[in-house]
Write a protein that binds this ligand. Structure first.
Ligand code: PRP
Length: 210
């Protein structure tokens, strides 16, 4: 095993906050890091390789060991069971999972339709509530579903609440709070313990967890 630490970073909205956190932890990331369209970025002086993945795929790279560690939203971790260690709450990209829908709509169906990117989270939530629903899996723009009659409700991430508001939807139930987590491949955790401990320690200091 080499001594380069491979970190899977999520592209998109978590990326900026994660890069900011790493810089605060004194990792010397090149300025082009944030702008680049490259999917593999080496930072040789830090002995780090970054791979840029879709947020939903970060845990896949880590589970398969092609990335030693990764930054993944708790929403993704709840949705898919993965053989990885979740070692640190990075306390970034705070948001929550919620049930939402059009205001004042009475649902009379025996099994109302729920559109979501998170079918497992949604199924277990409604099961716990003792509610029967039909889950419709979508990959994005979930808020569209109630507007065009595809679903009665949605289960989705709410961050600022703007998407709900601008589409005339309201939050109906709060499911759980979400932040991003540092996840680690179990084998890497043993083989690259010093590098990973160093990363965890430096990040913890910034987050205020230690
Ligand atoms: C997420 C989520 C909501 C929106 C919430 O979508 O699915 O649509 O952000 O953010 P807000 O409360 O700040 O408006 P994302 O932008 O990741 O894109 P997607 O619709 O493709 O999932």
């Amino acid at each position: 095993m080499n001594n380069i630490l491979t970190i899977a970073m999520p592209k998109g909205r978590i990326f900026e906050e994660a890069a900011d956190l790493l810089r605060k932890a004194q990792y010397q990331l090149p300025p082009e890091f944030d702008e680049s369209r490259k999917l593999i970025l080496d930072v040789p002086n830090e002995q780090i390789r970054f791979i840029l993945a879709k947020p939903m795929d970060v845990a896949t790279y880590v589970e398969h060991g092609v990335a030693d560690v990764g930054i993944a939203g708790k929403d993704v971790m709840l949705e898919e069971e993965r053989d990885v260690y979740e070692v640190l709450d990075l306390k970034i990209s705070e948001c929550h999972l919620a049930v939402a829908g059009l205001p004042g709509v009475k649902i009379t169906d025996v099994a109302p339709k729920v559109a979501t990117k998170y079918p497992n989270v949604a199924s277990s939530y409604f099961r716990e509530q003792g509610e029967q629903v039909e889950i419709i899996k979508l990959n994005g723009s979930i808020e569209l579903a109630p507007l065009i009659g595809l679903a009665d409700r949605i289960v989705d991430i709410v961050s600022t609440g703007r998407t709900l508001q601008e589409n005339g939807l309201v939050e109906l139930e709060h499911i759980c709070d979400i932040t991003s987590r540092l996840i680690v491949n179990p084998v890497s955790y043993r083989m690259k313990d010093q590098q990973i401990d160093d990363l965890v320690e430096r990040l913890s200091r910034i987050i205020g967890g230690v």
